[in-house]
Design a protein around this ligand. Sequence first.
Ligand code: ADP
Length: 393
Amino acid sequence: MKIIAVNAGSSSLKFQVLKMPSETVIGSGVVERIGNDNAVYTLKVKDEKIVFNTSIKDHQKAVDIVLKSLIDHYVIKSFSEIEGVGHRVVQGGEIFKASALIDDQVILDIESLNELAPLHNPANVVGIKAFRAILPTAIHVAVFDTTFHTSITEDAYMYATPYDWYIKYGVRKYGAHGTSHQYVSERIAQITQNKNLKIVVCHIGNGASLCAVKDMKSVDTSMGFTPLEGIPMGTRSGNIDPAVLQFVSKKLGYSLIEDINILNKESGYLGLSGISHDSRDIEDAYKAGNKRAILTLNVQAKRIADYIGSYFVYMGGLDFICFTAGIGENSALLRSLIIKRLEGALGVKLNDEANKVRGKEVLISSSDSKIGVYIIPTNEEVMIARDVYRFSK
Ligand code: ADP
């Protein structure tokens, strides 16, 4: 059975075609700048990369182009070979406690959550509609970023704001990156043949969140009502005192919308370093002795170490710390800055030689470390494909 795992953004469409149940990736790609005359579609088949520069007016057109290219490059013989499509959806709110077989009602339910994820859910639905239109006989499954976090209990998901905000408007922590956190935890359980573990997963990419996982269930996570909460990210601030917004608005004459936009798009690594949102640039500057680059990574390492410490307390111990996503998998420097801060209190130690590894599944703690530290490259697409496959049977 061939399945497409889809991640539709407001102007992008990422996908992977997988053969199931073998989980073999037979094609993947990304369409960027949808809605523009200079859209770019990059298709990867086997080790070949094919780049199309063309005008793509909307997601429907993008899906047309993608599916035709899959035939032209022998990934599929006809559209009907795609028997299932898995759609990543960012916000499932309190409605979706599991992945859902998509019908008209499910689409309406996802749309009812648009207010909670205005940048993401509408784009996800556009993707769903475009694929349903062209592949009407395939099964379509929505896989939510929030599902894994529905096991978090109210002591951890409630804000200390007026209770009515929660009752009337659903103001609470929902989290994100759930599919990635779950994938990494399940890999650790497979590697150790043990599901009764206390794990902190550090998903650190452009977007970044941590998750405390106990007995394979999420018990807390750093992102909140939106992906703005938690640790600093490429351009997002993570936690700040909300009173700063009022103060800065007065000083600079910004509206609340402008303030939040700055916290989402001009803060984090970019805002603090003044160099770039990309951690590779920050690390180059750090190594060259740039003060603000050093500050940026030290702030990040402290925040992450603080979260890990608090999750250690919340779970009553810790067996594994796992690093994943672009920075987590690749940055030996940040991993070492974080673990050094935890060494004294938690007895966790890195094997510096093993920590030089990038993007491979490997144990990087030393043999006398009290907590195991792993790099586990994430694979959200395979999790999506597995859910679609489960529904197909
Ligand atoms: P997202 O999926 O959230 O957009 P990714 O998981 O792809 O993000 O991570 C992107 C981040 O990973 C960027 O900041 C990039 O600099 C970082 N990254 C990639 N390779 C390296 C590396 N070798 N060293 C440090 N950071 C890296």
